[in-house]
Design a protein around this ligand. Structure first.
Ligand SMILES: Nc1ncnc2c1ncn2[C@@H]1O[C@H](COP(=O)(O)OP(=O)(O)OP(=O)(O)O)[C@@H](O)[C@H]1O
Ligand SMILES: [Mg+2]
Length: 377
């Protein structure tokens, strides 16, 4: 921005009709005026201007009024009030408000040594330049604001995802250590009672209890796996994807074609978790929405990148409608996949169209450590 401002002032001073020009911008947080660019003054005087303004500290009040202020003859002002003017032998001055959409963002002050002061054309020219500068300032601020928000959003997201994984781990541990242990104990006791023999009715009830305990244990194990697949921790991503494909797709009659790099090795933990979650969501979408009969999953390493794609031959969908549609609660699953990949510096894309199946593709850069795999206990 400072470069833009300086260029604008160059234009003014180079027009040959004006000698000194300075831009003051209202600081967003503090609300005071700050010198941002100056032309036509020695460095020493510029320092003075930064402190005292060209004529006064509040640029003739243009910030408050939003109106241009022309001071035709400075001899009327007391000399002591304006050391800059005395030093520079300036005679006339104009304060141009920098207006953008009704907000005064600052002031451009232009001074002349010539006796005749500013012509009407001069003032029109300065007013036009002021509008342009204001627009540039506003754009720069909006842009910075968007960038800041984007950064905050990214940081927040990272925290949320980390917290979510942490919490899942905790719940999985709890389910494993407490609930599942208790159920197992119950199962043993029921089995013991069954072995001791009892009358037919009690036998029936005990058998039913045994079945229920088994079913619950099964359910809890599935839950634990979804929360934090120990397969992922112990055996790595391919094994965990195999397991997902088997239990989610094949168990529901969907054919799966799995293609993996044989020498994938272990990947950085955050990459394994992120890709596991991506596949998890992709497969759950396939099951819930696609009606697919065949799914192809591929996981490969190439040129320092990890490449994952999941493709189905189901009904497909209109991506545009999901992403830009009015219902912002839709598409969170897809968004979550994209975010996880992007947080790792990767690229994520979806190709789909009604009647043409769906393909999701993620590409994650593997740092030096990642490419070599990590030591695993
Ligand atoms: N493989 C797919 N085949 C067909 N349609 C899909 C597929 N994946 C996603 N969609 C469509 O895209 C929409 C958005 O998917 P997304 O995963 O973001 O949300 P969701 O699955 O509906 O809800 P959730 O937030 O629980 O994931 C789905 O509602 C569905 O219409
Ligand atoms: Mg989903």
């Amino acid at each position: 921005l400072d470069e833009v401002l300086t260029r604008a002032l160059d234009e003014i001073v180079n027009s040959g009709r004006m000698d000194v020009a300075a831009i003051f911008l209202l600081q967003e947080r503090l609300g005071d005026l700050q010198l941002r660019a100056v032309r036509g003054l020695s460095e020493e005087t510029a320092r003075l201007v930064a402190r005292l303004g060209l004529l006064d500290g509040d640029c003739g009040g243009v910030i408050r009024t939003g109106k241009m202020v022309v001071v035709p003859d400075l001899n009327r002002y007391g000399r002591s009030r304006s050391p800059v003017f005395r030093q520079e032998r300036l005679r006339s001055l104009v304060h141009v408000p920098l207006n953008a959409r009704g907000n005064v963002l600052g002031s451009m002050c232009v001074g002349n040594r010539a006796e005749e002061g500013f012509s009407r054309e001069d003032l029109e020219f300065l007013s036009a330049v002021g509008d342009q500068i204001a627009l540039a300032v506003e754009n720069a601020r909006l842009y910075a604001e968007v960038q800041r928000k984007e950064r905050v959003r990214g940081e927040l997201l990272q925290k949320v995802i980390a917290a979510q994984e942490e919490e899942r781990k905790r719940v999985a541990r709890e389910l494993h250590d407490e609930t599942s242990q208790a159920l197992t104990a119950l199962l043993y006791e029921v089995e013991e009672a069954l072995e001791q023999g009892c009358d037919g009715r009690t036998q029936e009830v005990l058998e039913h209890m045994r079945q229920l305990a088994l079913q619950s244990l099964d359910g809890i194990h599935k839950l634990i796996y979804d929360l934090r697949p120990s397969l992922l921790d112990h055996l790595g991503l391919p094994a965990a994807i195999h397991w997902l494909a088997e239990t989610r797709l094949e168990a529901n009659g969907i054919r799966v074609q799995l293609e993996e790099d044989p020498d994938l090795g272990r990947l950085p933990q955050e990459v394994e978790i992120a890709l596991f979650r991506v596949v998890q969501e992709a497969l759950s979408n396939i099951l819930r929405h696609s009606g697919a009969r065949n799914v192809a999953i591929s996981l490969r390493k190439r040129d320092g990148y990890l490449d994952l794609s999941v493709e189905d031959d189901g009904v497909g969908f209109d991506l545009e409608e999901i992403v830009h549609g009015p219902d912002t609660s839709r598409g969170l699953g897809l968004l979550g996949m994209a975010e996880r990949v992007q947080l790792l510096g990767g690229q994520f894309d979806i190709v789909s169209a009604p009647g043409e199946g769906t393909r999701i593709h993620a590409q994650i850069p593997l740092g030096a450590a990642g490419a070599e795999g990590r030591e695993h206990a």
